[in-house]
Design a protein around this ligand. Structure first.
Ligand code: PFF
Length: 454
């Protein structure tokens, strides 16, 4: 009987855009700017580049190797490469991490949709207190955020249900270039504001006195989050790569795209913030509270420009969130489809329902169910903590140890060199050195630090 052919991406461009779509998300446009703002600007960016190159890209290549070799969902791919040993558990943990993250990621993605709507209706105009109240009232509302969460999950379902090529690849090929164009348009508008040069200087002129150990740790964590590492996404997408895909080259291209998007997001936010004298270190509320204010004041002279920039910015943010949410959803969909032997449609539907339930609980925990706490944290914060600060470093660390020390060396080398056709053996040894020693030590360091043990 003919074996059913596994789904795959149709082109090299598809591979890069879909995987970059997973990487480029709220992490680039929401998290990177506020981390940069809080950690000294250009210095943070320098360390961040260093972390992407020495930590992010090798970890990404490791996941590529596992996924492409396995040609299956993350759990099964780990199982194949480990010969069914205890190391398979990392794959299951990766799938679980991806699933748990999709719940609260969908909630924040839903907020972005609300902000498109609110800016379209001109509701994001008012003084600082009004905008701050707007966000608090909205995020604590029992119905509105749930509606937007549901809507973005429905959009994700519609894309995922269409499969790898007609769903994920096609949507990424449409959304990623659009996202770049939008970014460039808004960067142009922002950099032409008076005093924009101060913001640009903040991003590009390092002040070495700001360099501390914490900056290093923040950059390390951000590089992981931003590249979608340790959550099953990269591994799942790699199972759709062809045997000819050059894994190192693709990882570098994705790392570069991801970094450029983050930098361009910085080039929107900092020039605008400095232009109106707002400090860009307000933390997570930067995008939802500080920014509407900044846009309003900065482009206040030409109201229609402020309005346009605001609408475009939230469309951009929502698209970036959607391509990442797709990849998170795909991790669990591929898992259920293959492990339960069910259809893609049914698997996707089950995942969507699961995400709606999780997202619902997370969202309500910010308002009506605020009293429901575990270890003093709301459910929303708990999801963030367990996935981002516990599972993510654990899966990342164990993946490096597995690939560096325990996986069959020949398979790892053959995948890296495309069965010896790529002539990149020297690079392979450098990669192996990073994965064996540098990456696990760095990850262990962040993990212990985050838990306050170091
Ligand atoms: N990399 C995404 C971002 O920067 O927003 C977030 C993310 C997506 C993390 C998918 C993990 C993941 F599996």
């Amino acid at each position: 009987m003919a074996k059913l052919e596994r789904a795959s991406f149709g082109s090299r461009l598809g591979v890069v855009l879909a995987t970059a779509g997973s990487a480029v998300g709220l992490g680039n446009i929401w998290r990177f700017p506020y981390m940069t703002g809080q950690n000294g600007g250009a210095v943070f960016i320098m360390i961040y580049i260093f972390c992407v190159l020495l930590l992010g890209i090798p970890c990404m290549i490791s996941e590529f190797i596992i996924g492409r070799y396995g040609q299956a969902n993350t759990a099964r791919s780990f199982r194949k490469l480990s010969g069914g040993s205890m190391w398979s558990l990392i794959g299951y943990m990766g799938v679980l991490t991806g699933f748990l993250i999709s719940g609260y990621y969908a909630v924040v993605s839903g907020w972005c949709l609300e902000y498109i709507w609110a800016s379209l209706l001109g509701k994001l105009q008012g003084d600082t207190e009004y905008i701050s109240n707007y966000f608090v009232t909205f995020s604590q509302d029992p119905v509105k955020p749930l509606f937007w969460t549901f809507l973005i999950l429905f959009a994700t379902y519609m894309i995922i249900e269409n499969g790898v090529r007609d769903g994920i690849e096609r949507a990424s090929k449409l959304m990623m270039p659009t996202l770049f164009i939008l970014l460039l348009v808004i960067v142009g508008a922002s950099c032409m504001l008076p005093n924009a040069d101060k913001g640009i200087e903040f991003l590009f002129k390092p002040d070495m006195s700001k360099l501390t150990g914490d900056v290093f740790l923040a950059a390390l964590g951000q590089s992981f989050y931003s590249l979608s590492i340790a959550m099953g996404c990269i591994c799942t997408y790699a199972s759709y790569f062809s045997r000819q895909t050059n894994l190192t080259k693709s990882a570098v291209q994705i790392g570069v795209i991801d970094f450029l998007v983050a930098l361009l997001a910085g080039l929107i936010i900092f020039p605008a913030a400095f232009s109106v004298g707002v400090k860009p270190d307000s933390g997570p509320s930067l995008i939802f509270i500080t920014l509407p204010n900044v846009f309003q004041q900065a482009f206040g002279g030409i109201p229609s420009l402020g309005y346009g920039v605001s609408v475009l910015f939230y469309i951009l943010l929502s698209m970036a969130a959607l391509t990442s949410l797709m990849s998170l959803h795909e991790v669990s969909t591929a898992f259920l489809q293959e492990e339960m032997g069910t259809t893609r449609k049914r698997a996707a539907l089950m995942v969507t329902v699961g995400c709606i339930v999780m997202g619902g609980v997370c969202s309500l925990s910010l308002g009506a169910w605020n009293g429901l706490r575990m270890f003093g944290m709301t459910v929303f914060d708990m999801f963030d903590f367990v996935t981002g600060q516990l599972f993510l470093p654990m899966v990342g660390f164990l993946t490096c140890i597995f690939i560096g020390w325990f996986a069959p060396h020949k398979i790892v080398r053959d995948e890296f060199t495309n069965q010896g056709t790529l002539r990149n053996v020297t690079m392979f040894h450098f990669y192996l050195f990073l994965v064996k020693y540098v990456c696990p030590l760095c990850i262990l360091f962040i993990f212990l630090h985050q838990l306050g043990l170091l």
